[in-house]
Write a protein that binds this ligand. Structure first.
Ligand SMILES: [Zn+2]
Length: 88
């Protein structure tokens, strides 16, 4: 496998955490925990599993994710303000 930057220096990270995962999206004022949301080539359910480039940091096969996708996926309410300013 070769990164889009041309590097072959890649690292895979895998974690199995069941429902103990936590994520924060500061610009959407969202924080939650439980089973990981389905982010293609990053995480889903029990698992975090991604491969990233040790030179540029790009997550391999990562496709851009819009805020609209995240709001739908995570059920974020417009009034959701679980995060305070300390995370921004
Ligand atoms: Zn790279």
């Amino acid at each position: 496998m070769t990164c889009i930057c041309g590097s072959e220096r890649l690292m895979n990270l895998y974690g199995h955490a069941k429902d103990l995962q936590n994520w924060r999206i500061p610009h959407l004022h969202h924080e939650d925990d439980g089973y990981a949301p389905k982010i293609p080539n990053v995480c889903e359910g029990d698992d975090i599993d991604f491969t990233f480039c040790l030179d540029c940091g790009h997550i391999q096969n990562f496709k851009q994710i819009s805020d609209e996708f995240l709001i739908e996926l995570l059920g974020i309410e417009e009034t959701d303000s679980a995060l305070g300013d300390e995370y921004e």
